[in-house]
Ligand binder design. Structure first.
Ligand code: CU
Length: 98
């Protein structure tokens, strides 16, 4: 026992670096603006569709808040992702937005 061997010092350096990277990443996500997007999805007809649409949107952005009004076929999404990306995912899933 005595002063830390080189490999311990090396490990400490690595973990410090990861913390820095993580903090940067979180900070970056935090400043990403959440936008409110509205789609009309005509092909939604039942609860299954609502589930599929919600799942599809959250596969693009797991933090997305999704609100569906089946009667008016409107989907409201609060997301940091842009509209085109979410629309593409919906189209691919078989629910093209109008
Ligand atoms: Cu359905």
């Amino acid at each position: 026992m005595g002063s830390n061997p080189d490999w311990v010092v090396g490990l400490l350096h690595i973990s410090l670096d990861l913390t820095t990277v993580e903090r940067f990443r979180v900070g970056y996500l935090d400043i990403k603006e959440t936008i409110m997007i509205e789609f009309t999805v005509k092909d939604m007809s039942c609860g299954h569709c609502v589930g599929a649409v919600t799942k599809t949107l959250q596969s693009v952005d797991p933090q997305a808040k999704v609100e569906v009004d089946l009667a008016s076929k409107k989907v409201k999404v609060e997301s940091t992702q842009d509209r085109a990306k979410l629309a593409d995912a919906l189209t691919e899933a078989g629910y093209p937005p109008a």
